[in-house]
Ligand binder design. Structure first.
Ligand SMILES: Nc1ncnc2c1ncn2[C@@H]1O[C@H](COP(=O)(O)OP(=O)(O)O)[C@@H](O)[C@H]1O
Ligand SMILES: [Mg+2]
Length: 484
């Protein structure tokens, strides 16, 4: 909030409404004590005519008058006149009743404004001897003698005493209004500041949403750009690779050994570049959801065997031991074998790459039962039990004794282009695309991939893939969107 609003800002120039700000309980208590002290009824009205407190005991006289219809009507109009009569310039006025009694009406002020009025009475003015003739005129049945008797019973109040009482009540009430108003302004301020914070929050959320939309658009453009670029780069590169290969094979004439060596380098670097470009293309396709993913029956063991035999020469060259343990694995997957091969090529290639000479890389596969996470768990346990035999999954652990991945980096390594060592002097080659492709392919198969530490050193990548049956049995919400 840029500035704290003043009370003036909050309440505006509107006169306060007494019924909004005043503490009614305090008001009622005060009126009660006045009534007990002086025996005079007290009513408090807001300037809108709302009755805020009413403490009065009915005089016997009033009770008698109310028994007769004519007098009752006269009483009613006196009372309503007393309620609305203006207290004049002095802020105080006496309003007579046809019985000879009277009301004293005093205005209530707050910050120089009239905000309501107090009606004291009815009381008998000190000089009242007998009721005026107007009383008899209200109803023919009225017994004047009885009425006079009852008028005599009403306690007499001297004018100065009444003025003192009125001044006292007015002062005290105005004090209550003052403190109630303060509390009211404070609560309004609080409300205002809460509203203001809420509004700010809404603004920020809206801005964040806009940014998100813009970022999504930029991300989409980036994917499109990657797809176009890698496609355009691949075409000339194919020629470079093809022609350098033909040159190396001597199709265009025998080459001198040095020329041979240069041409082979061109060929090797061309192949490396092609792999990089293919990786980019894959990623952009996976990101835009345009990569086709076949879902054919597949077994994990042959895929892993092929991966191991592809990478054995690399491991041997680095003097890293590479072992596979995938016997007795019989669990049908609904998968794209070529894409899964790519997953494990990437993982094993990393494992070998980040493991120093003399280390060991082990690929271990087993069948486990899928656990249903609590949010997906059915209320009906029997249902889950029936599904249990179907919910098989294959777990493949690729572990190495290499440099390891610090725990804070373990989720980041799946981001595209992310490498733990991003310095220009880094020891290991690569683009940082491999794991992001791994994650996307595994996700598209309804599986999961996670990183763990390998004790005492190294890394374990754990890939779990649901069996074909488990995928079919899975609730629709558990099936990731199929890549088209
Ligand atoms: N087995 C591993 N041991 C240690 N670090 C690893 C391992 N696998 C991946 N990483 C880390 O994750 C990063 C991202 O891996 P990847 O996406 O395959 O990219 P690249 O291999 O091209 O660097 C690597 O640069 C490396 O920092
Ligand atoms: Mg890699």
């Amino acid at each position: 909030m840029s500035e704290i609003p003043t009370s003036h800002y909050v309440v505006g120039d509107q006169p306060i409404a007494l019924e909004d700000v005043v503490d009614r309980e305090a008001l009622e208590d005060l009126c009660k004590s006045i009534h007990e002290l002086f025996g005079i009824g007290v009513r408090v009205y807001s300037s809108e005519g709302v009755l805020l407190a009413n403490v009065a005991t009915e005089h016997e006289l009033c009770r008698y008058i109310n028994e007769l219809s004519g007098s009752r009507a006269a009483c009613g109009s006196t009372v309503s006149a007393a309620r609305s009569v203006a207290p004049g310039d002095d802020g105080e006025v006496t309003h007579p009743c046809f019985t000879g009694l009277a009301y004293r009406i005093v205005s209530l002020e707050h910050e120089g404004r009239r905000v309501g009025r107090i009606v004291l009475g009815p009381y008998a003015p000190a000089g009242l001897r007998e009721p005026p003739p107007s009383l008899a005129q209200t109803d023919k049945r009225l017994d004047i003698a009885r009425a006079s008797e009852l008028v005599a019973k009403v306690p007499r109040v001297k004018q100065e005493a009444l003025q003192r009482i009125a001044a006292h009540v007015k002062e005290t009430l105005e004090l209550i209004i003052f403190s109630s108003h303060k509390a009211w302004v404070t609560s309004k301020l609080h409300l205002y500041s809460v509203r203001e914070s809420y509004r700010e929050l809404q603004d920020k959320t809206a801005r964040l949403e806009q940014t998100l939309t813009r970022l999504k658009e930029v991300d989409r453009l980036k994917s499109n750009f990657l797809a176009t670029m890698s496609h355009e780069l691949r075409t000339p590169l194919t020629s470079i690779i093809g022609y350098s290969e033909m040159l190396a094979e001597g199709i265009a004439g025998t080459l001198a050994p040095e020329q041979q060596e240069y041409v082979r380098t061109i060929h090797a670097k061309g192949e490396q570049l092609l792999r990089l470009i293919m990786g980019l293309l894959d990623l952009s396709k996976l990101e835009s959801g345009t990569m086709s993913l076949r879902q054919a029956p597949a077994q994990i063991a042959p895929i892993l065997k092929e991966v191991i035999s592809t990478l054995t020469p690399v491991a041997r060259k680095k003097e890293v031991e590479l072992v596979l343990d995938a016997d007795d694995i019989a669990c049908e997957l609904a998968a794209d074998a070529e894409r899964l091969r790519q997953v494990f090529i990437n993982l094993v290639d990393n494992a070998v790459k980040f493991t120093p000479k003399g280390g060991k890389v082990a690929v271990h596969a087993r069948v486990t039962e899928a656990t249903i996470s609590p949010s997906e768990e059915d209320d009906d346990d029997a249902g889950a039990a029936l599904l249990a035999p179907l919910l098989k999954q294959v777990e493949v652990r690729v572990s190495d004794t290499g440099i390891g991945i610090p725990s804070v980096e373990r989720t980041k390594v799946f981001d595209a282009f992310y490498q733990v060592d991003s310095s220009s002097t880094r020891e290991y080659g690569g683009t940082g695309l491999g794991l992001s492709i791994v994650k996307r392919i595994v996700d598209a198969h309804g599986g999961r991939v996670a990183v763990e530490a390998n004790e005492p050193n190294g890394t374990v990548f754990v890939v779990t893939l649901p069996s074909a049956q488990a995928r079919r049995a899975a609730l629709p919400s558990r099936v990731p969107p199929a890549l088209s």
